[in-house]
Write a protein that binds this ligand. Structure first.
Ligand code: IMP
Length: 425
């Protein structure tokens, strides 16, 4: 398999976990390049459901090497839990999981800041974060006060932690939040460093050696294009770059070594947290999609907002990421809808627009312009080839791909590995 970047094209939760799992079978190395334990990649393998937040889901496949790249913000305590959870199911990470010395860490004090900051924001200004400390950890990175995994290997580490806790306590006081116990924090992280030390290496030579040896590298994105700090619905975004450009920055693999980009796109749209969502449906359709699609956050359990497919979003994702192939997921969720709408453009202040506005305030004023197609009202989850799809379902998929640009690579009609139709890849 060529070196591949896999990205989410909407607001996250497109079903990337399953697709990464399917593609991993042909990859040698899987690299996570951004985000942190705000992500929750659900994989159903051999009938068992597992949610992975930090460890690339490639770990579920024997012999695959997994890397947590420098672009990730890694919570040592969450990672230890995940390694132990995997060990309890017979999967050993040692010797197969590597964390970059350059990876920034999310500490308990970042989590405290995230929660205090969110609580202090007035209604309308809240982001609806996952509360995992992601924003404060990336803020520390760019303000050059963050601690990196490599710091866990040096003798000064306890002092570095103490300094940061004391600095954060001053910020927490301004937000009227409780201070943290510096001694306890230092102790916690010394113990964590002991456990994680064997996994921390300089991953740049590791990735390049694999590439030079002709191995195939899969760069796995978390969240989605519309949550990108630069390209998403700012400020209602996450603090990293889930788009394909972020994959090279977050892994150290050169853009010249990337062969293709695969965009995962759900057959309808969902969003968790605050921020504009033009095709959101507050009625029966939204309810049906939520129920049939089990649209609840894998990490927070929050119900996801649901609505029709938005081709303005898809076209934008195609432009920003350079999607070669689409992987369309959860078509089966729409099996019971008698009529299906697709948003093809927006109306903004009385004018038709085809491109994504940069301003979240403008997007909030956009009204979707819909095209309507008949539903297929047949079960699709047992379908194993495009030819077996009901004609109306096939027409819907083809229309989405036509509106979005690019080609269809994979169609997914159910959560299991088997419910996957390979079309172009
Ligand atoms: P943060 O990443 O926790 O700072 O949250 C910022 C925004 O991104 C919020 O609207 C979250 O709901 C959203 N978000 C973060 N991670 C995910 C994800 O994995 N799936 C969907 N939404 C996410």
């Amino acid at each position: 398999m060529p070196n591949t970047i896999l990205i989410g094209s909407q607001w996250g939760d497109e079903g990337k976990g399953k697709i990464i799992d399917v593609l991993t079978a042909q990859a040698d190395m899987i690299v996570r390049y951004q985000g942190g334990s705000n992500a929750g990649h659900t994989v159903i393998a051999e009938g068992e459901k597992r949610v992975l937040r930090l460890v690339p889901s490639g770990i579920l496949h024997e012999g695959k090497v997994c890397v947590i790249g420098n672009g990730v913000v890694m919570n040592p305590l969450d990672l230890i839990d995940e390694i132990e959870m995997l060990r309890s199911t017979g999967i050993e990470c040692k010797g197969r999981l590597y964390i970059s010395t350059r990876t920034q860490m999310v500490m308990l004090y970042h989590r405290a800041l995230d929660k205090a900051d969110e609580a202090a924001r007035p209604v309308g200004k809240k982001i609806g974060t996952t509360g995992r400390g992601i924003g404060p950890a990336y803020a520390a990175k760019v303000s050059r006060t963050g601690l990196r995994c490599g710091d866990m290997l040096i003798p000064e580490f306890p002092e570095l932690v103490r300094e940061q806790v004391l600095e954060t306590n001053a910020k927490l006081a301004q937000l009227n939040a409780e201070p943290l116990d510096a001694d306890e924090m230092v102790k916690t992280y010394i113990e964590a460093a002991e456990k994680l030390r064997p996994y921390i290496i300089d991953t740049i030579p590791l990735i390049h050696k694999a590439d030079r040896a002709g191995q195939s590298i899969l760069l796995e994105g978390a969240q989605g294009t519309m949550l990108d700090i630069d390209f998403g619905t700012y400020p209602f975004v996450t603090s990293s770059n889930p788009t394909s450009g972020g994959a090279c920055i977050g892994s150290g693999l050169s853009p010249r070594r990337i062969d293709r980009v695969i965009g995962v796109i759900k057959a309808y749209t969902t969003r968790v947290g605050e921020g504009p969502f033009p095709t959101e449906d507050f009625g029966e359709v939204g309810k049906t999609l939520a129920e049939r699609g089990h649209e609840f956050g894998a990490v927070t359990g929050r119900p996801r907002r649901c609505g029709w497919f938005d081709a303005v979003v898809a076209r934008y994702a195609q432009m920003v990421n350079g999607v070669d192939f689409w992987t369309m997921t959860k078509l089966d969720v729409m099996d019971t809808l008698p009529e299906i709408k697709i948003c093809v453009a927006y109306e903004l202040d009385g004018k038709r627009i085809e491109d994504m506005p940069a301003s979240a305030a403008e997007l909030a004023r956009c009204k979707p312009i819909y095209e309507t197609m008949p539903g297929w009202l047949e079960e699709t989850s047992n379908v194993t080839s495009m030819d077996q799809l009901p004609l109306k379902a096939k027409a819907y998929v083809e229309r989405l791909v036509e509106l979005s640009g690019g080609r269809l690579g994979i169609l997914s009609v159910g959560p299991a590995r088997e419910s996957t139709i390979r079309v172009g890849i």
